[in-house]
Design a binder for this molecule. Sequence first.
Ligand SMILES: Nc1ncnc2c1ncn2[C@@H]1O[C@H](COP(=O)(O)OP(=O)(O)OP(=O)(O)O)[C@@H](O)[C@H]1O
Ligand SMILES: [Mg+2]
Length: 177
Amino acid sequence: MIIAVTGTPGVGKTTVSELLAQKLGYEYVSIKKLAEKKDLGEKIEDEIEIDIEKLAEVVREEFKEKNIILDSHLSHLLPVDLVVVLRLNPELLLKRLLKRGYMKDKLSENLEAELVDVCLIEAIEEHENVIEVDTTGKTPEEVAEEIVTLMEKGIKKRVGIVDWSESYEKIMPHLRR
Ligand SMILES: Nc1ncnc2c1ncn2[C@@H]1O[C@H](COP(=O)(O)OP(=O)(O)OP(=O)(O)O)[C@@H](O)[C@H]1O
Ligand SMILES: [Mg+2]
């Protein structure tokens, strides 16, 4: 079983993926590291552009029949059995990304993505089994535990659980015009 953990940068994918892998006894895989190892990234300006088609091929070949957690904001574009989309209230995401020292453009791009559900929508377009988890006000431990519980209950689809429209006013000044 391959589980993709996705979400806007900064929502807590790596933290939660590692915990989830521990709890389930799955292997944790960082897509970024895998893409580097397999040389699937092309450097465009200061960003690495990953070749998704080739990466999908690698995932199909290498992780067949294995229990894997794939950590990446692109993991929902890969051939996986379940997608977990982590969500975080954009006002908290703003604080977290500012702490990371994100510049205006990157800050705007990521806040907007969270505000309008980009990862969730892409995940739903690609996959049937999509579980959305609101991490707001929860510890990484609580988030991982919530995912385990949903899986134990056999829940394969749970989406549409957050609505960030009330944060729009506060986030708007940080969005590019
Ligand atoms: N549930 C949580 N509560 C509080 N802080 C958290 C939580 N989850 C993660 N964090 C903190 O938020 C920061 C970002 O977390 P993390 O690196 O796991 O995010 P990410 O989604 O993997 O980011 P990226 O997409 O850039 O890899 C870290 O400092 C982490 O300790
Ligand atoms: Mg990460």
